[in-house]
Design a protein. Structure first.
Length: 249
C-alpha cells in the first residue's frame, strides 16, 4: 500500500472511530499501550479522532526495560498528554499465586494470559468511568489466526486495525510518527521473558501477510495458518448460545 493510499485509509479510520463513538452515545476512546507497534498506531489514531477525549493507558506487568523505553519514546513523539499508568504486577502475582495454591496447577500460557485479562478489566473500568469506548490493537494477521487472548486483548469495542496486514501497520506507523525503535523491534505479546510473536507462531508475519494477500507460501505454512484459523473461530464470536429456545423443544 503506497503512502497516499495509507494516508487516505488512516483518515478513514479516524472518521470511522468518531462515528462509532457517536453511534454508541459515548464521548471518546481509551487504548492500552505496550511499547509495541500495533498499540502505538491505535494510540495515534485515538488522539487524532478525539484530541481532548482520549486516554492512553500504560499497564506494566513484568514489562521489560525495552517496553518502557519504547513507551516513553511514543509518548514524546506523539505528545500524548492524556496518559495514566496502572501497575498490575501486584494484582497479577496475587491472583496467580491464589490460583496455583488452590488448584496445584500452573499452566504457563493460562497464567500469562491473566495479564491480558487484567488489562482488559482495567481498560473497561476507565472506559466506563469516562463514557469512552475501548479500542483494540489486533491486526489482520493476529485476528485471522486467533493470536490474541479471548476476553483479554480480544475483549474490546472497536478493532480499527483488523483489516491491516502487519506490513500495513508498519507503513501506517511511519506516517503517524511512531518511533523507529517501535517499528523495528521484534513483535512481542510480552507474555514471558524473551517471548516473541513469530517464535511462538512458528513463522514470520511476512508469510501470514503473503497468505492473506493470496500469494504463494510454503504448503506447511498454509496448512498451519488454516489450522490456527479454524481452531480459533470461537475467539472471533460472542459466547455460543443453544440453537433452540425452550419453546422450540
Amino acid at each position: 500500500m503506497n503512502n497516499e493510499k495509507m494516508n487516505d485509509y488512516t483518515n478513514y479510520l479516524v472518521n470511522w472511530i468518531k462515528e462509532e463513538v457517536k453511534n454508541a452515545n459515548q464521548k471518546g476512546v481509551v487504548v492500552g499501550i505496550s511499547g509495541g507497534i500495533d498499540s502505538a498506531v491505535v494510540a495515534a489514531l485515538a488522539k487524532l479522532a478525539f484530541p481532548d477525549n482520549y486516554l492512553v493507558v500504560w499497564m506494566p506487568c513484568e514489562s521489560s526495560e525495552l517496553d518502557l523505553k519504547c513507551k516513553n519514546e511514543l509518548v514524546n513523539n506523539l505528545n500524548l498528554k492524556n496518559i495514566v499508568e496502572i501497575d498490575l504486577l501486584n494484582t497479577f502475582n496475587g491472583l496467580k499465586s491464589e490460583i496455583i495454591n488452590k488448584t496445584n496447577n500452573e499452566n504457563k500460557l493460562a497464567m500469562a494470559n491473566i495479564k491480558a485479562r487484567l488489562r482488559m478489566t482495567t481498560l473497561y473500568a476507565l472506559a466506563q468511568s469516562n463514557n469512552y469506548l475501548v479500542l483494540g490493537t489486533d491486526n489482520a494477521c493476529e485476528w485471522h489466526i486467533g493470536y490474541f487472548t479471548k476476553y483479554g486483548d480480544g475483549g474490546v469495542d472497536l478493532v480499527p486495525l483488523v483489516h491491516m496486514l502487519k506490513r500495513d501497520v508498519k507503513n501506517a506507523a511511519k506516517l503517524l510518527n511512531v518511533p523507529a525503535s517501535i517499528i523495528d523491534r521484534a513483535p512481542t505479546a510480552g507474555l514471558w521473558e524473551n517471548q516473541t510473536d513469530e517464535s511462538e507462531i512458528g513463522f514470520s508475519y511476512d508469510l501470514i501477510d503473503d497468505y492473506l494477500e493470496g500469494l504463494n507460501v510454503p504448503e506447511n505454512v498454509k496448512k498451519r495458518i488454516e489450522y490456527l484459523h479454524n481452531i480459533s473461530s470461537h475467539k472471533r464470536q460472542l459466547a455460543t448460545k443453544p440453537l433452540k429456545s425452550i419453546n422450540e423443544i
